[in-house]
Design a protein around this ligand. Structure first.
Ligand code: AMP
Ligand code: ZN
Length: 475
């Protein structure tokens, strides 16, 4: 077994990863344990942008690395869907003002969730093993159970129909601020915040259960004999879904760095009190931002691109996946179309190298496999892993062995290196020219067909007439 090192935000250093369940049995059905991985999933109120996608590509690479180390069946990856929070409620009411608010929320979030999974598939992000939805009655009840426990332990209180977490009391007895250093000097006990998201200057009692506002969706809840129709706060969602799906404590929790505070800090506080554990999660891993011109890509700054935007410009989503692998997840990465184009060219070149190896697989080369392992196990050093891949492909190994080795590496890289590119989504003008050319050829009008080919080439695309039909690729 190789040693895996991961940078743990909890202790601010790279550490050897030791799974909780170290049972040596080969599979869960034979009594072996699984490594538990929880990823904060999307808030489905809009299209995800490629900054969000960086977070999920990172989580996918981590899940694949764990599987490469421990075996396919021995990793349980959970990703929740946040389908109830301030933003989903706000926008569902705007989109569906005339239907029942709970139904409106369901309908509205289902649409964006569908787009989300389409994007994930295009990026070859494997579907997580369990996908809990925060608005499911089953999970809402688990959240309510957890709130009950927190209140019973004396760390939660009811105020104006909502339930809050008593940060002052927690802070007195435990460390609040494990993931980031919090300056508690300005903290005012008993001051409350209702918003799901807030800045660290606003450390306050946060909401566990939010009183229903008129016209908002709600779930029934009774606490201390009081009826409290309302909905869960964002942080309680992940604590309860993590415990329900992975038990507590579990191994690894991921998210982007903006989730360290307040989201993850509050998750820790809730679970410490409600589930009575010293440390709810052993390893916290956070990816850095994708930037545009030095600024975090975000909906708020309106400086974002979706995967659809990239496709409309003629890019293959795999180019973005490949681009993300060139910068360590813990470092900021500035997005430009030039770097995306360079990544696309690099990936094409790599795929050509693999295609030239033919179809026959030999043996996996153990020396290169060791080097590859070392790279990914060094806190997911993917750029090093790609360099090892290149070195192997340029070595004097037999073609068959190279093929076997590179396809083994591809279990982690997830680049579908042995698949011929499917036709990319083409811009509308090119699609129309291609359609005209098909028509010209059907009518044996070869002059027109050649003219159209030249026009398409002028606009940056090449047409390849193969025996299986026509392929259009970007120049
Ligand atoms: P949200 O749907 O807003 O909860 O975000 C989903 C995930 O994307 C979270 O893990 C965020 O931390 C992450 N995220 C948001 N913006 C960026 C960005 N610009 N770069 C990298 N990750 C991001
Ligand atoms: Zn979360």
């Amino acid at each position: 077994m190789k040693t895996l090192y991961l940078y743990n935000t909890l202790n601010r250093k790279k550490e050897e990863f030791r799974p909780i369940n170290t049972s040596p049995q080969p599979s869960p059905s034979k009594g072996g344990g699984v490594v538990g991985l929880y990823t904060c999933g999307p808030t489905v109120y809009n299209y995800a942008h490629i900054g969000n996608m960086r977070a999920y590509i990172f989580a996918d690479l981590l899940a694949r690395t764990l599987r490469y180390n421990y075996g396919e069946a021995r990793v349980k990856w959970v990703m929740n869907i946040t389908d109830v929070d301030d933003k989903t409620i706000r926008d569902s009411k705007i989109k569906y003002p005339n239907i029942d608010p709970n139904e409106a929320l369901k309908k509205f979030t289902a649409e964006y969730e569908k787009y989300f999974w389409e994007d994930m598939e295009k990026l070859n992000i494997k579907k997580p093993d369990v996908i809990p939805h925060a608005a499911d009655q089953k999970y809402v009840e688990k959240m309510q159970d957890l709130i009950n426990k927190i209140v019973k332990a004396g760390y939660g209180y009811i105020k104006d129909g909502s339930v809050y977490f008593d940060v002052a009391k927690y802070y007195k007895n435990y460390k609040y601020g494990k993931l980031i250093n919090l300056d508690m000097d300005g903290f005012k006990a008993g001051v409350r915040i209702d918003a799901d998201e807030y800045e660290k200057e606003n450390v306050q009692d946060f909401v566990l259960w939010k009183n229903q506002e008129k016209g908002d969706p709600f779930w029934d809840y009774e606490l201390d004999g009081k009826s409290l129709p309302g909905r869960p706060g964002w942080h309680i969602e992940c604590s309860a879904m993590g415990q329900e799906t992975l038990g507590m404590p579990f191994d690894i929790h991921t998210g982007g760095i903006d989730l360290k505070f307040p989201h993850h800090e509050n998750e820790i506080a809730q679970s410490v009190i409600g589930y009575n554990v010293d440390q709810p999660v052993n390893y916290w891993l956070h990816n850095e931002y994708l930037l545009v011109d030095g600024v975090k890509m975000s909906k708020r700054y309106k400086n974002f691109y979706t995967l659809r935007d990239l496709e409309e410009k003629g890019f293959n989503p795999f180019a973005f996946r490949y681009l993300c692998m060139q910068t360590h997840y813990g470092k900021q990465m500035n997005f430009t179309f030039n770097s995306l184009k360079a990544a696309e060219d690099g990936l094409k070149h790599l795929k050509n190298q693999v295609r030239e190896l033919g179809d026959e697989k030999g043996d996996i080369n153990s020396d290169y496999k060791n080097n590859f392992f070392k790279a990914i196990n060094d806190d997911l050093n993917l750029s090093k892993a790609l360099a090892v891949t290149q070195e192997m492909l340029k070595s004097d190994l037999l073609g068959q062995d190279k093929l076997a080795t590179v396809l083994d590496f591809d279990k982690v890289l997830g680049l579908k290196l042995n698949q011929v590119d499917e036709d990319i989504e083409l811009p509308e003008d090119i699609k129309s020219l291609v359609a005209q050319r098909v028509e010209a050829r059907v009518g044996n009008n070869y002059n027109e067909s050649d003219r159209l080919r030249a026009e398409i080439e002028k606009r940056g695309y090449l047409i390849d007439d193969t025996k299986d039909g026509m392929r259009v690729v970007k120049k």
